[in-house]
Design a protein around this ligand. Structure first.
Ligand code: ADP
Length: 782
């Protein structure tokens, strides 16, 4: 077969011939004979036909191959002898040529006169006259031989279709020249070459790696002669090459086959890439398994069914103390204490029935003789027809130690809780009490048995605190802890106990909330103390306020006193000085009586001043406790009468006094000094603020079990505007005019009445008179 390149060279030669031919035929083309002259002697298969398919010229080679006589050719239309299977495609190609296209590759199949299929392949040119295609000229190669392979292959393909459809293996058939005549789908997918690319080609060239090519060729040459070879009738693993050049392992089973009296080779090829990979993996995984077995951080042992140790890993050596070789001579019965034999039988029975056993805990006898707690589980594995027990052994020594430690710790903690000097209680997630220590028992009076399982909030918290205590506990159940929450608990005896609580969330090992633990502090005493302190602070504050008020009052008083003193003391002092001057200057001329009179005046003035100073002193004493108060049982009626009489005696001008009393005697517990002060003050005011000869009326008796003293005058009266402030020091009525006074008498007297726990009030009408009323409790002491 010629290569494309060779064909192109030929074509270019032909083209030059054509140029000559064209000039020759330009005018004479219709003449078939002259046409013959130009191409008649060529050895090429040439055909020239007109646009309708009428044969204008064929070369001798054409005639030789197709077998038609000149006579037959004259009457032939080319489309009559084109094989029906190829007619359509041929016509299509022909049409394209007629449209003026130049085609290098033109193929057709013509039926020869002996009805054989002749495969022709070549080039075709259109010939133009006046831009019109008048003929086509084709130059062919006979490719029937090559196409036979294809045909053959198709035939075989059909025969093997069933087989190849399902075959995963590549099926390849080579003819005696090592050209591929069959190539199935699996072969395509394994090697990457399509059937079209392989059929008729040298198989070795395409799929054998270059380095093996020689030996394959030699081997195949031998095979074509004998039908025998190293690969024949056996399966061999070799390396092959894919279309992309990649080499890969295949297995090939080759057999020989005679077709057309020639040795053909049938190869069944399998891609071993995956197999090799998995083999490698298998090798790897075996290595891994062995590494896993020996280096596993847990004891592993393989025993035969009668208990002999077959293999153990490093960890098992550590657990048992025995080396592999030592254990190989022992059975697990040697490692098992007698007390476990019965258990062991049960596990073995399980193992035989279910093929697995455990997990169960037992002990091993360590090489050194002590016992090692272990947990065992295992299963049966089969290897080469024999059963073995594969055991997984966990050393529990550390776990057991931890368990013991935790147990003793738990014991200590619960002991600590129970004896702690603070009330500790616990509730579960439903609010029921599940912990109640000794201090809780002691302070509440409820024993553990009394409270366990009962609702803490509903049964032990008073209504007013239920909501807030429940909130604290609910929060702790949600993981929100509360500290220093204060609430009252009531003991069994109804005593209120104030608790300062820290509520913490209680969790299990997994961290799940299971309740609340409350650690309290009995702050009852503290809380009482605090209450007392608060009260004390309140009282002290009040006292302080009162004393501050007094202080302010005193301050006011001092100011008032200064202004009053400068005025009120000046008058009597001036009078005393003047009287004393008269006595001094005129003592010769004055009679003894005159001197006495004047001295009395001086004594009176001094007396008034003394009273005033006494009043000031009394007012100056900040609180009533500092005032003198010495009550005694006395007859108040007699005392009042005596005071009035004494007062009258000291006066120059006597005023008419009308005294009324319910009886002669009325015993009270009172301070006579204060009574004298009260009566003198009221009586002197009555005289001072009324004019002679208007009488003064005094009544003394009982009213509502109290002594009632009334002193009434018919004087100037008291203006309404002054009523409210009359008992304050230095306050004087607006209507006093020139009547002397310091405004202290009523304020001082009020203190006296207060000391007796009595009351003072008055009735007054301006210009008509005033009556003061003093009520004193009797309070007779035995
Ligand atoms: P003083 O009489 O020195 O002014 P008191 O404290 O004794 O001070 O009296 C206060 C004021 O009450 C008097 O200034 C006066 O205005 C009024 N008062 C007291 N007693 C009477 C009374 N019997 N009649 C009218 N006014 C009186």
């Amino acid at each position: 077969m010629k290569s494309n390149k060779e064909l192109l060279v030929e074509i270019s030669e032909l083209k030059s011939q054509l140029t000559v031919a064209n000039s020759l035929v330009a005018g004479t083309f219709k003449n078939k004979d002259s046409y013959n002259l130009n191409f008649g002697n060529t050895s090429e298969i040439i055909q020239s036909i007109d646009p309708d398919g009428e044969i204008l010229f064929v070369s001798q080679a054409w005639k030789d191959i197709l077998g038609y006589s000149d006579e037959e050719i004259k009457h032939l239309n080319i489309f009559d002898i084109i094989h029906p299977d190829h007619l359509e495609s041929c016509k299509e190609q022909f049409r394209q040529i007629m449209d003026g296209q130049f085609k290098y590759n033109f193929s057709t199949v013509i039926v020869s006169s002996s009805k054989k299929k002749i495969f022709l392949k070549g080039v075709i040119f259109p010939q133009f006259i006046n831009d019109k295609v008048v003929a086509t000229h084709s130059f062919f190669q006979n490719v029937s031989e090559e196409n036979k392979f294809l045909e053959k292959s198709k035939e075989i393909d059909i025969k093997f279709q069933k087989l190849t459809e399902t075959a995963n293996d590549a099926i390849v058939i080579l003819n005696h020249k090592a050209l591929t005549i069959f190539w199935n789908n699996a072969a395509t997918s394994i090697f990457g070459f399509s059937a079209d690319e392989m059929i008729g080609k040298d198989l070795h060239n395409l799929i054998v790696p270059d380095r093996y090519l020689d030996s394959y060729r030699k081997g195949f040459a031998k095979f074509t002669k004998t039908g025998k070879g190293v690969l024949v009738n056996q399966t061999t693993e070799v390396v092959a090459k894919k279309k992309d050049g990649q080499e890969f392992p295949i297995s090939i089973s080759m057999s020989s086959l005679i077709l057309d009296n020639k040795w053909h080779a049938v190869g069944i090829i399998r891609d071993l890439t995956e197999l090799k990979k998995s083999q490698e993996q298998l090798v790897n995984s075996e290595a891994k398994l062995s590494k896993f077995f020996h280096e596993a951080p847990i004891g592993l042992a393989i025993n035969s069914m009668d208990g002999k140790f077959v293999d153990i890993n490093e960890e098992f050596v550590k657990i048992s103390g025995y080396s592999v070789s030592q254990l190989n001579k022992l059975s697990y019965w040697d490692l098992t204490p007698k007390k476990y034999f019965a258990d062991e039988e049960i596990q073995l029975k399980d193992l035989k029935e279910k093929h697995i056993y455990g997990p169960y805990e037992k002990e091993y006898i360590h090489k050194k003789g002590y016992l090692v707690p272990v947990s065992l589980k295992g299963f049966i594995i089969s290897s080469e027809g024999e059963d073995f027990i594969w055991s997984i052994v966990e050393d529990l020594t550390e776990r057991k130690q931890n368990e013991d430690r935790i147990k003793s710790l738990a014991g200590e903690v619960s002991q600590f809780i129970d004896t702690a000097n603070a009330p500790i209680f616990g509730i579960n997630s439903k609010g029921k009490i599940n912990e109640w220590n000794q201090t809780s028992e002691k302070i509440t009076g409820y024993t553990k048995e009394d409270v366990m399982g009962k609702g803490l909030v509903d049964e032990f918290i008073t209504e007013d605190y239920r909501k807030s205590v429940k909130k604290v506990l609910d929060n702790a159940l949600k993981g929100i802890q509360t500290s220093n929450y204060e609430f009252p608990l009531y003991s069994r005896d109804g005593e209120k106990i104030m608790i300062l609580l820290n509520a913490s969330t209680r969790r299990d090992i997994q961290g799940k909330i299971i309740g609340v633990i409350g650690v309290g502090q009995d702050i009852t005493e503290l809380s009482n103390h605090r209450e007392n302190l608060e009260n004390l602070v309140k009282t002290r504050t009040k006292e302080l306020e009162a004393s501050l008020e007094r202080e302010q009052e005193l301050g006011k008083m001092k100011t008032s006193f200064v202004s009053m003193a400068s005025h009120e003391f000046r008058t009597p002092l001036t009078a005393i000085k003047a009287t004393a001057d008269v006595i001094l200057r005129y003592q010769e001329q004055l009679s003894k009586n005159d001197v006495e009179k004047r001295l009395h005046k001086i004594i009176n003035e001094v007396g008034d001043m003394t009273i005033m100073l006494d009043d000031i002193l009394i007012m100056g004493k900040a609180d009533s406790q500092r005032l003198e108060f010495n009550p005694t049982n006395l007859n108040i009626i007699a005392l009042v009468k005596e005071i009035i009489e004494d007062y009258q005696l000291s006066q120059e001008v006597k005023r008419e006094v009308i005294i009324q009393s319910s009886s002669d005697q009325l015993l009270v517990n009172a301070d006579p000094k204060w009574i004298k002060h009260i009566v003198n003050n009221l009586f002197s005011n009555a005289i001072k603020y009324s004019e002679a000869p208007k009488p003064i009326e005094i009544s003394i008796g009982l009213e509502n079990q109290m002594v009632c003293l009334i002193i009434k005058d018919y004087g100037i009266g008291i203006n309404k505007t002054d009523h409210d402030s009359l008992f304050e020091p230095f306050v004087r009525g607006v209507n006093v005019g020139v009547i002397a006074g310091a405004g202290l008498g009523l304020a001082v007297m009020k203190k006296g009445v207060d000391l007796h726990h009595g009351a003072i009030s008055f009735n007054s009408e301006i210009g008509k008179g005033t009556s003061f009323k003093v009520l004193l409790p009797i309070l007779i002491s035995q």
